[in-house]
Design a protein around this ligand. Structure first.
Ligand code: GLU
Length: 502
């Protein structure tokens, strides 16, 4: 069987990382089996439609590198890939069920239904529109053919409902889910779901099943929140006489506390992103916060899927190789912001330093910082192993471009001695006369000077660092010296002497 899977988001807002993970699993599964990964936009509910959401979803998948083979912008043989462009086709399929006696037209008004609902409530019961009461309600099963036709003729508002279960049928059906195993469902407890709404639009359930069939979807991999719909979907497949796809319901991503589903509010509360890309001014995404897509993919892959063994870092190709639906875990994966950062740190270390240099260049531009001396790729290499997030670059590199204006008091008290000014002045003379300005050359120059004059190296290095950086942070001090240039170094040392020793 050819593997065709789909990610089928509704464009109701930005893509949450739960959705990203579902898309990722679909992608990995498709690639593993030389299959096809489809993006289908489920936009039949116009009330929940949010402008920009579809573009956001496509951009997010692109940033993550989990690009669909077929989508609204990547046409395949099974389009259109937006449900709103498939409207006419659903009506046909709905009527097929009506003609076969498996669905029916219902004329009950929303007011009538609300009344029945509250009447049931006062008796402590729940109103369910199903096999028990459908013949007593206002629909094409209880009315005569003539009455029904007359109502249709006067355009009486109506919906079409699925005849979910009938008295002579088997109450229990068995469902197979790759993650959950076998589930037995009492379908006599289900309601007669609406397939076509009053406005003539299909509901999610109908459109979803018809499209999965027409797009020849072999495996439905989706969030656990859809597990309660699985029985209905299987009944719909049966009603049409179609073979259902294989289902795999992926467990939820849980809050950092482990209790309940991760929500957008948790991101705000704990200060981490929950969306891949920025959605609005108040909602930065993983990208803007400095996470690398490879790292996010790796972390999310392991959040609800367990390949076994000790390996934690997987390239996307390794993930494709080892991915299997069977290894998806039953229990939810707790989102741990610190662990997510740890993954990013690993990927930052391995990344090409040109990416760090590019980020540095952006920061410099955004901050309007003058720079004609410092080589960005040199600085990128020096700071790369100090970065957890790509956005840490400025925090780690600011002093390469901006001379310190004040100095860390505590460090000064400890490191700045009576003879420091004298020693550092000697350092300026030494480095000023050196032809070779590489870090190695500067380092041996200063070390020889320390040796010859029997000065402990610490007495030079720490004050030198304070003079160049303003505090005791940063990479190797001679690397800093070399990167900012001799002229800059000397003027920083002199400024520090003036400022500190008065
Ligand atoms: N449109 C549904 C959603 O937004 C799709 C669920 C499914 O994959 O069947 O999640």
């Amino acid at each position: 069987m050819a593997v065709r899977v789909r990610f089928a988001p509704s464009p109701t807002g930005p893509l949450h990382i739960g959705g990203v993970r579902t898309a990722l699993y679909n992608y990995l599964f498709a690639k593993k089996h030389d299959g096809v990964f489809v993006l289908r936009i489920e936009d039949t509910d116009q009330n929940r439609y949010v402008e920009g959401a579809e573009t956001y979803i496509q951009n997010a998948l692109e940033w993550l590198g989990i690009v669909p083979d077929e989508s609204p912008s990547e046409k395949g043989a099974f389009g259109p890939y937006r449900q709103s462009e498939r409207k006419d086709l659903y009506i046909n399929y709905i009527h097929r069920l009506v003609d076969a006696g498996k669905a029916y037209i219902a004329f009950d008004t929303p007011e009538e239904l609300a009344e029945m609902r509250s009447a049931a409530e006062t008796k402590g019961e729940t109103f369910i529109y199903n096999w028990k009461n459908r013949t007593a309600l206002k629909n094409s099963l209880s009315l005569s053919k003539k009455e029904t036709e007359a109502l249709i003729k006067i355009r009486a508002p109506h919906v079409i409902r699925f005849k979910t279960f009938s008295e002579n049928e088997n109450k229990h059906i068995k469902l197979q889910d790759v993650v959950r195993g076998e589930l037995e469902i009492d379908v006599s407890l289900l309601d007669d779901k609406i397939l076509m709404k009053q406005d003539g639009m299909p509901t999610y359930h109908l459109a979803n099943v018809v499209d999965d069939y027409l797009m020849q979807i072999s495996h439905v991999i989706r969030g656990e929140e859809w597990l309660p719909s699985m029985a209905l979907h299987v009944l719909l497949y049966n009603a049409y006489g179609w073979k259902p796809p294989v289902f795999a319901h992926v467990p939820l991503i849980l809050k950092p506390t482990g209790k309940g589903k991760l929500s957008k509010r948790d991101g705000d509360k704990f200060g981490f992103p929950v969306f891949p890309l920025q959605w609005d001014d108040k909602t930065p995404g993983f990208k803007e916060e400095g996470y690398l897509p490879e790292s996010l993919n790796n972390y999310l892959a392991l959040l609800g899927w367990n390949p076994g063994g000790e390996q934690e870092l997987f390239t996307i190709n390794e993930l494709i190789n080892v991915f299997s639906l069977e290894a998806i875990t039953k229990s939810g994966g707790r989102f741990d912001p610190e662990r997510c950062k740890w993954f990013n740190l690993q990927y930052m270390q391995q990344a090409d330093s040109s990416m760090v240099a590019a980020q540095l260049e952006n920061e410099i531009k955004n901050k309007n910082v003058e720079n004609s001396v410092v080589d960005l790729s040199q600085v990128a290499k020096l700071i790369q192993n100090r970065l957890t997030l790509l956005t840490d670059v400025w925090k780690e590199a600011d002093f390469f471009f901006i001379a310190p204006e004040d100095y860390d008091e505590k460090a000064l008290r400890k490191q700045w001695k009576d003879d420091t000014a004298k020693i550092l002045t000697a350092v300026t003379v030494l480095i000023g006369s050196s032809k070779d300005t590489s870090a190695d050359a500067l380092s041996s120059l200063i070390k020889d000077y320390a040796n010859d004059n029997e000065i402990g190296l610490g007495k030079i290095m720490a004050p030198l660092r304070i003079a160049l950086v303003g505090s005791l942070r940063g990479p190797d001090v001679f690397e800093i010296c070399s990167a900012i240039g001799i002229e800059n170094s000397i003027s920083r040392i002199n400024a520090a002497i003036k400022h500190i020793s008065g």
